[in-house]
Design a protein around this ligand. Structure first.
Ligand code: APR
Length: 252
């Protein structure tokens, strides 16, 4: 893949960079995406598994589904795309990873400045007393009831119809409003308010680079659309950054 001249100039001169990631960045780690022919939502109904009502009406089913997804994410490893973002962080004044993913892979890869818009599958809390059960397991024989107050324990995930965590959204929006460039990696760009962030970047004069294996509703809006897998494209991007910018800032 050739990196366009215009994008090379941005890679050479940008100071503040934000990356918006979706399920596609973790696809090569073996974690299923949501949409597309073999996505989760082509087999399961989100309203039956990823909503507060679904949880209240069947806490066992929902908790076991998240436990199943936790097993998958724990078996997975960050891939070259996650690692490329950890490398990229060293070359810019400000570098923020805004993720819609709950799989904890950016954190495990070593990214430092992360806004988790939709929560994190490794975090849970009691609905009654908010006692935390982070990293806990809720296998079929596990209890979904709080040991302190007997309340229901829920995953710290943003379900459909729920508000995003305000502090995470603030980080994401501030990063977008001050970014010279936003990389949008592996997202279908159809779920709001995350899908609004590229508009915030553009409104503040920043450029949009989309990285995806196929076109999305964002493709026509992006300044650059790099078609390919996240691991291949981001590996080429970080190699080009090293060529253009020399020594990483933390080794100067
Ligand atoms: N490299 C780059 N992009 C990829 C790859 C890959 N290897 N594999 C798949 N993709 C792209 C797909 O083309 C698609 O555009 O990743 C995108 C995945 O889209 P979705 O499955 O819709 O996932 P996402 O955009 O993260 O969904 C947003 O919806 O269900 C909710 O809360 C959930 O955070 C999720 C949100």
């Amino acid at each position: 893949m050739t990196i366009p001249e215009g994008l090379q100039r941005i890679l050479a001169t940008a100071n503040d960079v934000v990356v918006l990631t979706g399920a596609g960045i973790s696809a090569e780690s073996g974690i299923p995406t949501f949409r597309g022919e073999d996505g989760l939502w082509s087999k399961l109904k989100p309203e039956e598994l990823a909503s507060f009502d679904a949880f209240l009406s069947n806490p066992e089913l929902v908790s076991e589904w998240y436990q199943h997804r936790r097993h998958i994410t724990r078996e997975s490893k960050p891939n070259a795309a996650h690692t490329a973002l950890v490398e990229m962080e060293k070359y810019f004044r400000r570098f923020t990873v805004v993720t819609q993913n709950v799989d904890n892979l950016h954190r495990r890869a070593g990214s430092k400045n992360i806004a988790e818009l939709h929560g994190n599958i490794e975090r849970n809390y009691c609905l009654g007393c908010r006692k935390r059960y982070d990293g806990a397991d809720f296998d079929a024989n596990g209890s979904f009831r709080c040991s302190k107050c007997g309340g229901l324990i829920r995953p710290d995930i943003v379900w459909f119809g729920e508000m995003l965590p305000a502090d995470q959204w603030d980080v994401a929006e501030t990063a977008a409003a001050t970014a010279d460039v936003m990389f949008v990696v592996g997202t279908s760009a159809v779920v709001y308010p995350a899908a609004e962030l590229p508009v915030t970047v553009r409104r503040s004069g920043g450029k949009i680079v989309e990285v995806n294996i196929e076109e999305t509703p964002l493709t026509g809006f992006a300044d650059f659309s790099l078609q390919g897998s996240a691991s291949n494209v981001l590996s080429e991007i970080i190699d080009k950054i090293k060529e253009l910018r020399g020594v990483a800032k933390d080794t100067e």
